[in-house]
Design a protein around this ligand. Sequence first.
Ligand code: SAM
Length: 295
Amino acid sequence: MTHSHSHTRPGHGPARADDTGLAELLDLDAALAGSLFSEVPNAASEALRDAPSIAVDLGAGTGTGTLALANRFLGTRIHSIDASPELLERLSAAATNAGIGDRVEPHLVDLDGDWPAVLPDSVDLAWAALSPHHVTDPARVLRQALGVLRPGGVFVAIELAGAARYYPEDLATGRAGLGDRIVSALARQGYPVTAEWTAALNSAGFIRVERFEIPFTASARTTEGARYLALQLARNRTHLSDELAADDLAALDAVIAALEVDDSELEQSQSRAIWIAVTPEHQGLSASDAKGPGR
Ligand SMILES: C[S@@+](CC[C@H](N)C(=O)[O-])C[C@H]1O[C@@H](n2cnc3c(N)ncnc32)[C@H](O)[C@@H]1O
């Protein structure tokens, strides 16, 4: 598979084959997300009139969204699209292990291309978690999503809502302000990649566009939380070598080492932004004409 776009923007493009930590991080992310994977499908369900027959997971990764949808909507067939063969293989294995392999159809397809071509005529629900910011032209993907969704169909997007915060703020290193210095240094490198989709969803023609946030906290008090934080901070560390003073980097290395041996009580919180948007009942109705009272 070839990709014509550049990968200069952080977080841009499909997952790289050599990014071995990403799959584990995505699975841990879902394991730690708590109510997010029930609250968001519930919000989608409220916005839909009937249970969805067909859903599509855009940039499905290891299948965390696919599995959440399959568990919430027991009769739904889910088309899972991603451009990473490695992640899609993991998704297929996860679907088989969960006993839902017969309802999940993985597609190795680039969202920068004609991905609607692999889908059935009418889709009830489209889900895009931490993926719309990766594509070259998100507005085009939103218009394509509007085109594949049936009238009254629902689009769900999830993104990081802002920078992480650490507790304690010095990451228990005794170096006051270390958390802030990490956050500022990452920001200078363009991380985290956040995005706002309200205006783009309205422009694409969706109606009843709602945005809300759900808090997300990872705590090293659990083994999964410690592993997640170790992976996150080790990935962040690669962007910080030229940004932080040597003493801060040494302290950060010690934090990562403590997390790796489960000897840390560090917490990180970083909210998720969620958008729920509806396809107009009548094709050709403009977004402003069709604007309803909301849920
Ligand atoms: C941060 S991961 C999120 C995965 C999953 N949605 C989740 O929430 O765990 C972003 C995913 O989007 C996929 N992706 C990025 N750009 C893509 C593109 N142009 N076409 C298809 N998939 C893409 C990546 O391969 C990766 O699996």
